[in-house]
Design a protein. Sequence first.
Length: 465
Amino acid sequence: MKKVATRFAPSPTGPLHIGGVRTALFNWLYSKNKSGTFYLRIEDTDKERSKDEYKDQIINSLKWIGVENDGDEYIQSKKINDHINIAKELLKNGHAYKCYCSNEEIEEQKKRAKQKKVPYIYDRKWRDKSEAEAPINVKPTIRFKSKIDGTSLLKDLVQGDVEIENNTIEDFIILRNDGTPTYNLSASVDDYQMNITHIIRGDDHKINTFKQMQIYLAMKWDLPTFAHIPLIHTAEGKKLSKRDKASTLDDYSTIGIMPEALRNYLLRLGWSYKDKEIFNKEESIKYFNLEGIGKSPSKLDMSRILSMNEHYIKNMDENDLYDQLSAYCENYKHKIPNEKSEIIKNSLRFLKNKAKTLEDIYNNSKYIINDVINFNQEDLKLIDDNAKRIISEFSNNINKIDEFKRDNLEPIIENLIKSNNTNFKGVGQPLRIVLTGSKFGPGIYDIIISLGKDEVQKRLSVQIS
RNA sequence: GGUCCCUUCGUCUAUCGGUUAGGACACAUGGUUUUCAUCCAUGAAAGAGGGGUUCGAUUCCCCUAGGGACCGCCA
C-alpha cells in the first residue's frame, strides 16, 4: 500500500470560504487518520486574478482552524514547465492535437448552440485535420483527444459508481494559444507528481475528474482514488459563494467564534459518527472516515455554530479560554489592560455562563474593563430616592467589613431587604445598575466580589441625578 | 436545454428489510435560581408522491415531482 497523501488545492483568486475550509478539513483528517500526508497546493496559474493577499488569507485561515499542511505550500505556477512537457508528450503520442479555431469561431459556435438550446460542445474540427490546412494567422491551442465511444466509470468513495457517456466530454484545451497550461492538465500533472493517493473535493469537480482520469490513462499513470463531497449550501439552498455574508472564517472570528468550535461544527456538517456530536482534535482524527459522509448537500445553520461555540466556551479550560478572549479583544475590540487581566481571568467562571461568543464575554466583562460607566437612561430611572438610600446604606455597611466574600456580604444584603421592607430585587437591582450600568448581568455577589472593595465604594459614591 | 448528483423532524443527522423511526441544535412548556442566563425535566416535530419486489419496506428497483452541481483559452 502506498502511503496516503491528500491535498487541498485552492486558487488564490478570492478569499477562502467556509466550504473550502471544510474540504481542506476533510482532506487533512483523512490523511491524518491514515497516518498520511496532507499538502496545500496554491493553484495560481491564473495570473490575472491570483493575488498574494488571497494566498495569505487562505494560509492564515487554515492555520487558524488548525488544519496544518505537511511541508511548504506547493506553488503551482512554479511547475508550469512540467505541465507543458506533459502536453507535448500527449501531442507526440497522439492523445492531443492542435486546434486552429479562432476565438471568434468558437464564440460563434457557442452562440449558435445557445440559440438552438442544445448544449455546446466543441465540434472536434481539428481532431483529424492535417496541419497543412492550418491558417497561418491563428496560434493553435492544444486539445486533449477525449474518448468518443463507450462510457467511463468513476468509482467514487462517497458517490459510489458514476458512469457517463464519453461523448459528453469534449476535447478540452490543455494548452492555451499563449502556451500556458489549463487547470485540468496542471492539476493532473501535479497530483501525479506529488503522489496524491486520494482526491477529496467538492462534487462541482466531478466533470473535471472524468477529464483528469483520461489524462492519467493516456499517460499510463496509476489513478488516484476520488471522493466527491456534497457542497455546502446557504440557508436558501444555493451553492455557497464568496459573495455570501458570513462565508469567510474572519466573519466568524470577528464575532468571537472559536476555531475549535467551528472545526467541530464543520466536521459534523455532512459527516457523522453514530450519535456523537463533540469531537476534539484527536477524536476527529481517530474517527474520521469517508463512509460517514452523506450524499446530500447541507445547509449552514448559524444557531448551531453558536451553540457549538457556547459548548466550547463552557467546557474548555479557563486559562485557554482567557488566552482566546485576550487575543480576540486585542484583534477586534480593545486590548484588556494588564491590571484587569487577573480580575477577568478569575471572573470567567461566571462571565462565561451567559455567553455564546467571545464577544458576549467581552460585553459581559465591560463593567470590569471600563472604569467609567455608561448608564442606560431607562435603567437610571429605576434609581429613585428610595433606591439611593439603599445604595448609601449598603455603602456604609460594607465599610465595616474587610474581606469581600459571599459569607460577609450576604447578611448585609439580607438586612437591607428586611429593614427596607422589600425583596431581593429591591436591593439587588439598584446595586447592579449603579455598579455596572445595566439591569442585566452577573449575580450581584459576583459583581461585588469581582470589583473589590475600593472599586465598589468608588462606584457607589457616584452621584446619580 | 444536456449530463450527473441528491431527497428522514425547521436544521445537522442515526437507521445498513422487522424500531413506539433515535440523537443534537432551534422551538414550546414547566421547575431550580438573585435580574438576564445557566442547569434540569417535559413536549411538539420527519421518511416528497406513485408504482413494484417481499411475509414485511424509510431501507432494494422503476417512474414522477422538487432541489442542486457542471456545461470557460477560470480554477
